[in-house]
Structures are given as structure tokens and as C-alpha cells.
Design a protein around this ligand. Sequence first.
Ligand code: NAD
Length: 363
Amino acid sequence: MHADIVVLPGDGIGPEVTAAAVDVLRAVAARHGHAFRFHTHAIGGAAIDATGEPLPAATLEAARRADAILLGAVGGPKWSDPNARVRPEQGLLAIRKALGLYANLRPVKPHPATLGASPVKPHLLQGVDLVVVRELTGGIYFGDKAREADAASDLCRYSVAEVERVVRVAAGLARARRGRLTSVDKANVLETSRLWRDVATRVVRDEFPDVELEHQLVDSMAMHLIARPRAYDVIVTENMFGDILTDEASMLAGSLGLLPSASLGDGKAGLYEPIHGSAPDIAGRGIANPYAAILSAAMLLRHSLGLHAEAQAVEHAVSQALDDGRLTADIATAGKPTVATRAATDAVIDALQLPSQVMELRD
Ligand code: NAD
């Protein structure tokens, strides 16, 4: 297959981890007979330095034409003046909005080699394999805001269409996994949540009868996510609840350096990025953990290019590298040897298997 992939390295460790992910994608292309073309463009602080804008027009144009977009991270102390006219994270918000990326997918599957890195007890983490789907372009973050002398308000609004489309993404994902969907709301208090619950019930009943749907109130979900995370397959929720629950879920994996994400819309091009930031404290030293960016590339193969066996091969290779003890400093327990970004990336490339071999290993 031919694919045009736009690479947006961004700032700090962004260029280091996207370079690692691109190396892995090149290895996948070589081994599986694909032709991937990579087009690198500026975003965030690097783009502000080069053009004065966090999302230059040329970057957005390239992103609109791409089959998929791979992003590193944006931001850093150089651009953190709160009074500045332009800030790096505006580039991220602008590209998500311009491309209509309304569904944010964050898988969490702790690896046995890194269970000790999580504050949650290891026996609760064994077998955890869940995805949180967060609605990304609606709700209270985008509603009308008002400020008076002694009061303020933020409007939370959802349309039926906004709920339908994100529930379809989540239910489709559940169908391809273990067939279980948990919809999270606050329907005992909020009218938007009552709408959310009605729409989720109808969409799953009419279009995904093979998917088992349960509803959960967000406050009890916050407890269950820590107390019995193994019970969940796909969790779908609105923007603000998702913002909070995805951060909570990330603690199950122990390190930010292991967690990928995908932001999808109705267009073909999704945006794939590690959930961590630009880590200015370690930037330029070649020690950043590349696994989250590499796992984001695996999501890109699956969701934008439809290359499921290749995506699985990359995930398997990362798992193999971790099994073999190729742990970067952020995930190694005290006293264990650590590897740098290059060695971790090479370990993944070495472990890449042909799809038939992966299937055999899994059987
Ligand atoms: P951060 O995720 O950059 O770093 C938090 C801690 O985790 C740091 O100690 C860092 O060294 C470590 N870390 C993060 N990723 C790592 C990796 N791959 N390998 C090894 N260690 C890793 O969060 P922060 O320090 O709060 O923010 C730093 C900058 O990143 C800020 O400018 C912030 O605005 C930006 N940021 C960007 C994004 C994004 O681009 N999506 C997300 C979060 C923060």
C-alpha cells in the first residue's frame, strides 16, 4: 500500500520520539512491501520560531492531504509566557478542530515488566486491557462562557449528532475487541447526560446489537477504574469526564512514556501522538522513552491505514522489547540497567515479526 504520512515532531523530546516511530514504520514498510512517504512539518514552539504561528498554513494544508498524521509533543519553557499572543498548545487545539477530530482513543494495557511502575497494586493490573474514548470537540469546553463581577458560567451543550458519532466509533471499537461498551455520564443530575444516555442506548440497540452496553455514573466510574480496571473493555464518555478519566487511567500503566493515543474524525486522516508532553527536562539527551510514540504509530497503521496485522506486529515487538528488559530510565525499577532511545527503538525493529509468525505466537 502507498501512504502519505505527515510527521509533526514539535518540541522537546517530540523530534526524538517521532524519529523512533518513523524508523519503526520504515521497517514495517520494508518487511511488508508498503510504500510510506513521510512529510515533516512544523507545529508548536518550533513553528512559532520559524513562522510566528503555532500551526502554519503549510502544516495544516499538508495534514488535510495526508493519509495519517504522527505528532510528537509541543511546548516548553521558551514559549511558556502566559501573556504571549501565541502559544505552542494553540497549534494542537487548532489542528484537532480544523480536521474535525472528535473521538480521542486512549488504550491502556499495562505490560507485566512495568507493573511495578504503577501506584496501583500489581494484582489489580494483571490482564487490564481497556480503551477510553473521549468526545473531544463538544461539551462544556466549547460552550458559551460568561463572566460577571461576582459570578461566571460555562455552558455544556451536546447535540444528538455529536453523541451519535462518538458512540458509533466506540461501539465499532468494542465490536472489534471483546464486545463490551461502558457509557459514562452523570444522568442523575445533568440534562446533557440524560440525552447522552438515550442516544447511546438507541445507537447500540439499533446498530450494534452484538455489543453489550452498560451505563455508569462518572463518580462511581472513577472508583471502579482503580478498584477493578480488568472489568472494562471500551469506555465512552463526554469531553470533560473523559479528560479526567483518561488521566486517571494513565496511572494504571505507570509511565506516560508507554501510552499512545489517536484522535479520529470522519475524514480519513487521524492524528496519532503519545500522551506525554515535550519533557524539556530530558530533551536532547537521547534518553526519552520512544515506546508511546511507537505504539501511536501502531494505532496509525490500524485506524488510518487498515493494516491490522502490521499494527499487531508492532505492538508485539514493543511487548517483546519490554520482555527482554529493554527499559528506558522512566520505566526501569531502581538498580535495573536502562537503555537509551536508540537501543529501545532498535530492539523493537529487531523484534518485528511477519504477520503469520505473530498469529502463530498468539495462538
Ligand atoms: P511531560 O509529559 O512533558 O513530562 C512529565 C514528566 O514525565 C517529566 O519528568 C518527563 O521527563 C517525563 N516524561 C514524559 N515523557 C517521557 C518519555 N517519553 N520518556 C521519558 N520520560 C518522559 O509533562 P510536563 O512536564 O507537564 O510538560 C512539559 C511541556 O510539555 C509543557 O510545555 C507542556 O505544556 C507540554 N505538554 C504537551 C503535551 C502535548 O503536546 N500533547 C502534553 C502534555 C504537556
